[in-house]
Write a protein that binds this ligand. Structure first.
Ligand SMILES: N[C@@H](CCC(=O)N[C@@H](CS)C(=O)NCC(=O)O)C(=O)O
Length: 213
């Protein structure tokens, strides 16, 4: 498999974690945001959405990190990233979607660039926007994991799930933008534990082949 990735892309970070959990070997094909490589014609042919990541599995190009992760989960069932019980699955998806649909899109690079360039906001305002939407999303998520996590090692019950795969990259982003995480002790505890697992550690932005300072 080939993963079109960028070291600091949190959506690619999710897929890297899932590939590691599933023990799938893959080649990284970095696309540098600073050079707009994700907007180049040759990449748009592969992923018309012009976003990272995309996964090439034997010539079939998949986009959208959640679609890719669910595909991997179906193709490689172990470890299962969704619980067997339908209600449990809905809880896990609810936490994952809170990050993927409610937090991440508001804080994506193109949104921040629009605030800066078109709406003429300075760095302070853009960073305040970023932190605001992370905190707003984490407020509900903190309550959900308190309800569902067993020992504050995983978001749901006592096993790794899709929610964990999304939490760790979002926490990385939150820290990068100096978000105050003190109101979210359960999220911090879970993420800190998950980051010690080799599958999560190997997916970290700073250890990727294209990582720059
Ligand atoms: N919903 C998409 C989001 C993909 C996405 O927004 N990726 C970001 C990196 S985390 C990106 O390519 N941003 C480029 C840009 O905003 O120009 C997914 O989950 O794959």
């Amino acid at each position: 498999m080939k993963l079109y990735t960028f070291f600091r892309s949190s959506a690619a970070y999710r897929v890297r974690i899932a590939l590691n959990l599933k023990r799938v070997d893959y080649d990284s094909i970095p696309k540098a945001f600073a050079k707009n490589e994700h907007r180049a014609a040759e990449y748009l042919v592969l992923n018309p959405q012009g976003l990272i990541p995309a996964l090439d599995d034997d010539g079939s190009i998949l986009s959208q990190s959640l679609a890719i992760i669910e595909y991997l989960n179906e193709k490689y069932p172990t470890p299962a990233l969704l619980p067997a019980n339908p209600q449990d699955r809905a809880h896990v998806r609810s936490m994952a979607l809170a990050i993927a649909c409610d937090i991440h899109p508001l804080n994506n690079l193109r949104v921040l660039n629009y605030l800066r360039q078109e709406l003429k906001q300075d760095d302070e305002a853009v960073n305040a926007w970023y932190r605001h939407w992370v905190s707003a999303g984490f407020e509900g998520l903190e309550q959900q994991v308190r309800r569902h996590s067993k020992r504050e090692r995983f978001c749901f019950a006592d096993a790794v799930s899709l929610a964990d795969v999304l939490l760790v990259p979002q926490m990385f982003n939150a820290r990068r933008f100096q978000t105050d995480l003190t109101p979210f002790p359960a999220l911090v505890a879970i993420s800190t534990y998950l980051e010690t697992l080799p599958e999560f550690a190997a997916a970290r932005p700073e250890v990727q082949p294209d990582a720059t300072a």
